[in-house]
Design a protein around this ligand. Structure first.
Ligand SMILES: [Mn+2]
Length: 357
């Protein structure tokens, strides 16, 4: 297990590399350029500016997240070939700085979704991200975007880049004619174009699941269950085409057996990285993100770590969203303290797996 941390860069993240380096067992980052629009080339100079300080701090940056796929590629229209060419250049540029895994998603328009980014947990006074489908029922997509922006305390939020959402209504309309099968067809077109470049540069593409794990606003969503992943993996036969298993996303539907998913696709060599966190269900499609501790939520983190230990022990792992605790203020979900506690806990579970052998 290679323990890593998400970092938004010196200009955008109140958490510093010095702090991250002091978390026990931390080997590197899952990097992220939060100002890049989907479809743009990540230029070498920009990558160098982000990764240089990470290497100077003695940390690795072998995983990059959120190289967003342009909607034209997902919809299979207009300028998709141009955006795919840009994506290939970005893959080559990232590889030249030692990046080995790129995490991305193929979710139409809206990335992850919560209805409250600063939900107060009455039992201990901490704050966490919260979702209630009933609340969503009254909101239009545009209202939801505004609400998310208001709740983000001025921080950029991954997946909610303003330029992606500018033409939201037009894009939502366009998706009305796109079925899940059509979306998969467009996905295959994208993979067939980029995976040969990945083979050449030794970069693995890791698809992140839908969050929450069901369709929203009538949009097709194709990555939230074991059966979905089988179809996705079947789209292109290369180990460079893989999955990022995110327990918090898949765990929004308790029918997903996350350890079984890790064991199946990990044994196939298709799980290069994982996001691990926990959540607590509070009713039908109503949940809050909890601390990582198994007994605080509904997921068994030991079984998740044990599955990884058994089938893909070399995977990159990061604690995912954390709560806001100890008076910390910062980007919702991405404070230092609770994620550091999460990393320490995951390290402990992993050590137990090793010693139980
Ligand atoms: Mn995730």
């Amino acid at each position: 297990m290679k323990m890593t941390f998400r970092w938004f860069g010196a200009k955008s993240d109140p958490v510093t590399l010095e702090q991250i380096r002091q978390i026990p067992g931390m080997t590197g980052l899952m990097g992220f350029l939060d100002y890049k629009a989907a479809g743009e080339v990540w230029e070498k100079e920009e990558i160098k500016e982000y990764i240089g300080p990470i290497h100077d701090a003695g940390l690795l940056c072998e995983v990059i997240e959120s190289v967003n796929v342009h909607e034209d590629i997902k919809m299979g229209i207009n300028r998709r070939d141009e955006y795919i060419e840009n994506y290939k250049i970005t893959i080559r540029n990232l590889a030249s700085f030692g990046v080995k895994v790129i995490v991305y998603n193929f979710m139409p328009v809206l990335d992850w979704l919560r209805t409250d980014l600063n939900f107060l947990n009455a039992d201990d006074g901490s704050e966490s991200m919260f979702y209630d489908e009933a609340e969503l029922g009254d909101l239009s997509p545009l209202e939801l975007v505004k609400k998310t922006a208001d709740g983000s305390k001025g921080f950029s939020m991954p997946g909610w880049e303003p330029e992606r959402l500018l033409e939201l209504e037009a894009t939502l309309l366009h998706y009305k004619g796109i079925t899940a099968d059509k979306l998969r067809e467009n996905y295959k077109y994208f993979l067939d174009a980029i995976i040969p470049v990945c083979e050449e540069c030794n970069v693995t593409m890791a698809c992140h699941p839908d969050d929450p794990a069901w369709p929203i606003f009538g949009l097709p969503r194709i990555a939230h269950s074991f059966a979905d992943f089988e179809k996705i993996i079947g789209l292109h036969n290369s180990k460079r085409h893989a999955l990022c298993i995110c327990s918090g996303s898949l765990g929004t539907n308790l029918e997903n057996d996350i350890p079984a998913i890790i064991r199946h696709f990990g044994a196939m060599g298709r799980v290069p990285c994982l996001h691990i966190r926990n959540l607590k269900h509070m009713g039908y499609r109503r949940f809050r993100e909890s601390s990582h501790l198994s007994s605080d939520g509904d997921l068994d983190l030991f079984e998740i770590v044990k599955a990884m230990y058994d089938v893909c022990p070399d995977a990159y792992v990061r604690p995912d969203h954390g709560r806001m605790i100890w008076g910390e203020t910062g980007r919702p979900g991405y404070g230092l303290y609770d994620r550091a506690l999460g990393a320490a806990y995951l390290n402990g579970l992993y050590e137990a797996c090793e010693k139980l052998e």
